[in-house]
Design a protein around this ligand. Structure first.
Ligand SMILES: [Cu+2]
Length: 169
């Protein structure tokens, strides 16, 4: 009977989850440190949606604008561009990482210093068009944490170029 009490308490807690909270698990988030004068930097996270969702936006007080980017080969050159949304299939982990999909903070208000945390809000849309948000505290680091490194999916062009962004100067 203790167990059933516990269960109902757990279920009650689930039902009372904030209606605005996204049904997404976020792991391993980090943002790349920037230097003075740098306009933009990338941020990365592994997302696992508990229902089919689209990532449709990113917001942070550290930057004037947030974008979702993809990397694409353009001839011999890997370039990045903003996309409207990134599909998150139910139960599948989508990894945003250097050289692949990533979050981009544009118009940085100040350099992102190694070791600080920046608040980041991810915005999701579900199949019915309803929006939800996920608030994260994202650590700023100079390079990818070891756990997200060395996956070797053959994206050689993607190695280590979150910095040279071709944003058309
Ligand atoms: Cu980018």
């Amino acid at each position: 009977m203790c167990a059933s009490l516990l269960l109902s308490a757990l279920l009650g807690g689930t039902a009372m989850a904030h209606p605005d909270a996204a049904h997404v698990k976020a792991e391993g988030a980090w943002a790349r440190a920037s230097v003075a004068g740098q306009q933009a930097t990338g941020a990365f996270v592994r997302l696992t949606a508990q229902e089919p969702l689209q990532l449709v936006g990113v917001e942070t007080p550290a930057a004037g604008a947030g974008e979702i980017h993809e990397m694409k080969m353009d001839g011999d050159v890997m370039r990045m561009r903003a996309i409207e949304s990134l599909a998150l299939p139910e139960g599948q982990t989508v990894e945003l990482k250097p050289g692949g999909y990533h979050l981009m903070f544009q118009q940085l208000k100040a350099p992102l210093n190694d070791g600080v945390d920046v608040p980041v809000t991810l915005v999701f849309k579900d199949g019915k068009g309803e929006m939800s948000r996920l608030h994260l505290q994202v650590p700023v680091q100079r390079r990818a944490p070891a756990a997200t490194h060395g996956h070797g999916h053959g994206h050689e062009h993607g190695e280590g170029h979150a910095m040279p962004h071709q944003h058309g100067h």
